[in-house]
Each structure stands twice: as structure tokens, then as C-alpha cells.
Ligand binder design. Sequence first.
Ligand SMILES: [Zn+2]
Length: 630
Amino acid sequence: MKRKLGVLALVSMLAVLGSTTALAAPLPESKYAAQIANAPDVLETTFKINVVFVGYEMADIDMPNFEAELPSTYDPLVILPYIYYDISLPINIHGDYEYNYVFADSSFNDSFFGYLTSIGKDGTLTEFQEAYNTQSNRSITIEPPHSLYIDAPSTELWLMNHGRSDLGLDVANYTIFFVNWYGRSDFRFHVYTKTDDPDVDTGVNFGEVYDQTKMIAWGGSYGRTWFYDLSAGPEAWSANWDINNADVDGGGDVDYRMPPVWEYGNMTGYRPFDNLSGDLGKVARWLAIDLLFTTNPVYDPLVTEPFPGFGKRLFINMFEDDPNSNGPDWIDKPYIRKTMQHLQPDYKWRVTLKDQPLKGSGLQGPFRIWAGLRNAPGCWGPYGDPFAELFCYVDTHRNNYLPPIKPLQNKMIGVFAFNTTDERMGNLGGLLGYADDDWMSGTPTYVFEFDTPGTRATGFGFSTTTTHEVGHHIGLAHPHDGYDSEADALIDPTGDYYFVWTGDESHSIMQYIAVANQFGWFDRDNMNRFLTGRYLTRSSEIAAELTPRGNSRKANALLQDANARLDESRRAFGAMDYAGAAKQARAGFERVWRAAQLAGLNPPMAKPLPAGVRTNVPKMVDPIPHPFQK
Ligand SMILES: [Zn+2]
């Protein structure tokens, strides 16, 4: 009741302000406000995708089969409001895909495979190469003892640079290299590695110590390039070593994987391996294009953007629930701040950590209810799921944990970190974290994250979980799941899409394979495109509220400047300078927003979404990745 009165009071106050302005100085409406309001709704663009075959002969690839898999359009929308509540929030970008096919010539192939041989280091077969050797349906045996271990980022860089210099590719465009070494006289069994980024808290070098992290693909460290090599491995991550069993994750259906390249033609596996070209086409579409190059945001990134003149502040509440460890020993504030700042350099990020015992914090009871360890009603009832308990308790007691909400301040991102034990995770053991929504519209709310002795034994502290979950909170999806707008299909790495697990083999903290702890090229491109689309749309929405009003000379000057910057943003977007486009779009928005303030309006960053109807799609959470589970 109290809340409702507050809203009414605000509305009548705005009405008074509006009428006062109109009486004092009637002014002509701004032509710039009208121009901004009437700008095209949808940002149109063309993505030229290079598809380069290295080590494949033209006769190996049936082009119509390959092309039949590819998408021609991209119309991104915000995923979680859509799948949780059937709410459509488009990003207002429309992309057309154009494809440029190139077969590398023999001199390119010779120098590339020579390079792989020169940088590779001899190592023993991985346990997954050995497991392949036990498959009854296999075509060949991987000869022990040696496999070549090849640095993945160096391979990406070589392909990008030589693609440009030797094949004449414009690698400013997104580029997939499909690699096949098998069948050449210099062929070596091999895997790709990335070993230069150990976990900042535990020191565990996932890329070094785990056979699970020996890969067949990589990209996104140096540019818009990604390679996929079916003559490598086979690997753990996409379980393509297993050619006998259809269902590798116990989901009850056929988990579609791409076998090693030498298995094509083998009809005795868990499925007939009879369409290499179609399989590579699927990888191009559902993995490279949908989950790496041109993705969809999980949340509306505009919701968590700061007001003009402000930055972002991560406020981490750490709760101590393990008598034998200390949470702050397992979190690295400078790493978190630097990593977020690198993704979004246009305003300042701050990180605050507040450590406290769980007992007496008010959250002990809710945490036990959430974990299924305490049988008490809690607050989750209306949401129908005890998993809502942390959200509903924190949301109704927000000011006990986070600084009070003021109209204008740094954008506050609330993180709730539980330093607990494996037993106290109860039903939810192995969960690392999740970026929760508001349980009614798919609007981001709080981040919840967990660390235990068992989690740390695997190698995970709080820091990479924090950057990963905050990445979701501000909008980024995983490189192993997402959405295809042309097919209106949700992509989940199971069943028909099992093979997209290999998307984790890309430079992004949003992956699960734990060999890269920074945001990469694809993250920055996608985030900057989303922000450009959303800022342009929001600028038009606010300008539309200004057009019938008398705007002051100062406001008109701001709107004129805004108009120029929004135009500049569109130009930069067309030139694939997405960082520049986002920066200019934000600058334009800021001026529109300031003009609105001068006109007595106080628009929110994003229009609040209406409450939708909950679907039965389970909430997106981040467990310890299956291949690392002990
Ligand atoms: Zn995640």
C-alpha cells in the first residue's frame, strides 16, 4: 500500500513540474529530438563470414550439403525473459550473413602443418585418446606413445596472420578455419592446449594438469578468428572420443557429436558418420555463428548500465560458513576489477568486499532452506521452488546487505558469496554460482556464488566465478549455449546440439573449460553490439517523450550533439568498430538523457519489463563442469 502511494505522489509531482515549465516559457519543439525519435528502429548490417578449409580438398566437401546448414539472418533478442516468461525484447539489430568460401592451397597447407610440427611438443596420449583406442567400432588405433601438444592461441594467431597475408582474407570479418591434417604424410596425432592462465585463487593450471582441457579448437584471443580441427584429439570436452555410445550424458537421447575426421565413412558407430560436410555446416551455424560470433544476450545489458557520469560498483557480501577456511583467501579483487574494466573501459568499475559470519547475518536460515537442509516455510512459496529462497530473502532485506538505493549513484551489482562446506551445499552440491533474475520478467537481480573445499580441490575459487556470473548479470551468454533467431531455437549442449560443447574452446571467461579467465574478442564484440542497439533504441524512446515539449536552448544543443553522436555510432557499427559504436551510442544517449532531465523528466536506463507468465524452463545455473567432477 505504501509503495503505491509513493508512485502516485511521484506522478503528480511530474505533472506539476510539466505544467510549470509550459506556463513559464513556451518554446518550439526540438527538431533534433524528432530526428532522434524517428531514427530507424532497427540497425541493419551485413556480416561477411569467411569459411576457410585448410587441409581439405575441394572434393572432400559437398558444398550444397554444407551450405544447407547455414543461416542467412540474425535478429537478436534477450534470451532469459523470452524463455522464462515468454517476453520478447529484441535488440533491434538485423544482420544478413554472407559467406566467402576459401580452400587453402598446398603451399599454405605445407607451411601451416610445418608450423604445427615446429611448435608442438611430444607428450603421451591423453586418457581420452586412449579411451578412443578401446572403442570397438573405431576405424584406426592412435599409435602410442606420442601425441603432439600444440599451443592453441599461437595456432589461432598464425592462421589469422597468414590467412590475411597468404590467402588475402579480410580477417576483420569473422573467420572459421576448418582444419584437417589427417591423410598427409607429415600427419601427427595432436591436441591443442592453453596453459598460460592458471586460476588466480587456487593456482591450479587447468590447461596443464587436466587431460579434459586438451582441445580440438580455439579462437577469439587475437581477433575474429576461430579454428576447428577434426583431425585433432579426439577430446573429452565434446566427448567425440566415444563413438560407441549414443547417449553420453544420460539424457535419454542421441548426443550428436562430430567424430574424428577419419571416422567419416564408418557406418558402425552410434550413428552413421556419413556427412562430413553437413556436420561442418552444423558446427559453422549452431556453434561458431550462433554462440561465438553473433550471439544473443541472456539479460538486457541496458538494465545494468550506469547513469551518465557514474560507474559500476560490485558489492560482494562474503558469508563465512566453513570453520576451516577463510573466504577472502579465495577471492582476488584486483583481478575481478581489471577483468570487468577490460570488457567495459568507458566508465569506472569498483569492487567492494564485505566479509561476515553467515551465522547472525540473517541469511543462514534461508541458505539452509535453499540447500534443502532445513524444513521451514521461508519466503519461496509464491515462487513454487525452494531455489527462489536466496532471491526472495535478499530482495526483501536488500538494505541489510547493500548500500541504500539513491536516485543517482554508481550502478550497484550485489554479489552474495558463500564460503561453505560440501555438506552444507545440501541438494545443490557442485554448484558454483548463478546470476539470478527477478522471478517475473527475466530482469537481472543478484549474483549468488559458492566455494567449498571440494570446489577448491577441483581448482575453482571465487574469482573466476565472480567474473563469469557478473558477465551473465550484465548480459553475456556462454559459448556453449544460446539461441538461433532464424530457427527460433534454443541451443543447449545436449541431444542434437551436444557438439556445441566445443564452443568452450574459445577465449572467454564465459566458457567452462577453465583455460581462459578473461573476456575475449567475441565477448567484447557481442556486448558492444548489444549496447549499441539498446542505447540507440532507448535514445529514440526518450527523445519521443521530448518532441512535443518545449526544450530549452541548452536542451536543444544537447540534442543536436546527441544526434551527431548517434549517427557516428551507426557509422562505426557499419564499419565493424563495435567498441566505437557502443561508446558513441552511450555518448548520444547521455545527451538525450540530460536533455530529458532539463525538461523535468527522469527516465530509467531501461523501460521496466512487464511481469510475464513463468514457463517450466529450468533456471540457468553454473555447476562444476561435468568433465571435472570427481
Ligand atoms: Zn554461466
